[in-house]
Design a protein around this ligand. Sequence first.
Ligand SMILES: Cc1cc2nc3c(=O)[nH]c(=O)nc-3n(C[C@H](O)[C@H](O)[C@H](O)COP(=O)(O)OP(=O)(O)OC[C@H]3O[C@@H](n4cnc5c(N)ncnc54)[C@H](O)[C@@H]3O)c2cc1C
Length: 404
Amino acid sequence: MAADSTARGDAHRTQQRTSHHNPVYVIGGGPGGLAVAHALRARGIRAVVLEKSGSVGASWRGHYDRLRLHTTRKLSSLPGLTIPRAYGRWVRRDDVVRYLEQYAEHHKLEIITGVEVSRVERASDAVPVHGASDGHWVLRATGGRELTGSAVVIATGYNHTPYLPDWPGSSRYQGELRHAGTYRNATPYAGKDVLVVGAGNTGAEIAVDLAQGGAARVRLAVRTVPHILRRATLGWPAQRSGILCRRLPTRLVDRLARRIARMSVPDLAAYGLPRPDTGLYTRVRQGAIPIQDVGLIDAVRAGQVEPVAAVSSFEESKVVLADGSVIAPDVVIAATGYRRGLEGLVGHLGVLDEQGHPVARGPRSPRDATGLYFTGYTNPISGMLRELARDANRIARAIARASR
Ligand SMILES: Cc1cc2nc3c(=O)[nH]c(=O)nc-3n(C[C@H](O)[C@H](O)[C@H](O)COP(=O)(O)OP(=O)(O)OC[C@H]3O[C@@H](n4cnc5c(N)ncnc54)[C@H](O)[C@@H]3O)c2cc1C
């Protein structure tokens, strides 16, 4: 709210200067893009959101049915509109979608759906394009569109492109192998033997959903033993600890987390999930977010979800695990993550590192790419929605400053 009133103060000054310029284009109508668009508009800067699907919040519409935010309602709101109290502390997927629709409506955001941007170019490189001279960036989009923007904010999502490891033999596998991104609910798997691969939050929750939803057998293939946290302990959400931890030394957080885990999470070693030997925060720094328990602990203890070794390869109708065992599930669901998928869009600009992540994020543009911003390309322990909200204001402030 404080940021919003600062924005109103900036708005009048900026209005005159931006109205003659090309708009700022925001690529992606998820929470990150919508938040930036609002923060810009609040500063009097015209922002146009380009969304490839038919509506805002496309990623959330595609998530599995039982998903709820594991960050609290209060700490997940975007700037300028709080998530309604009626949605509860742990907001359901459908309510997240409803909130994003309300957000776009409430702030009267300018959104063009059905437009996929395929490439962003420096205006100086993109000749001959009408109107490119007074803008800094040219966007190539669906239907041969060429759009010129005074700045561009890329918000196409951390979970952009489903990633399936190139397991030996997987191309000849005759069983059903699908990415977790296609999973909606347990109904199609009733009575089936399912192997879920990957013990992150998504894999853990899908395994529980399958076990509770009537699958005959559920195994969870674990490559690296995960840290497991209670979503809240005595009413204190894990997310708040995540926010506090960001300012503390890694080793201290690792020690504290180990103690808390011993007090709040039972030892699951007998079931194939020993306590991890690397610290929780050390892992976070390497990019691994702990599992927020939404039923895995109970399901493992009840034998409804069986942890097994990582997948090492596939045979025609079998799966070979890293401990040498060979199993024959009916279905394999790979909860093996996503890639950012930014190469086609901006790879030619030299703004990505070896992992395909932007070299600068938030209010900083990459070197030699002034006016190009990225939001949502980290996976913070403090909650991504919270960080998207904070980044939105920072990016809008940077753009407003640059346009004066
Ligand atoms: C299963 C799951 C649960 C999560 N739970 C939480 C949680 O509890 N709390 C939390 O804080 N965070 C959570 N997150 C993380 C994060 O908040 C969400 O992923 C969030 O949706 C990220 O917002 P975004 O706007 O960056 O990306 P997205 O929501 O993915 O939005 C990107 C948008 O860009 C569009 N797009 C992509 N490419 C183009 C293109 N070339 N041209 C035009 N449009 C394009 C897409 O259609 C999409 O609408 C979760 C993530 C997942 C996957």
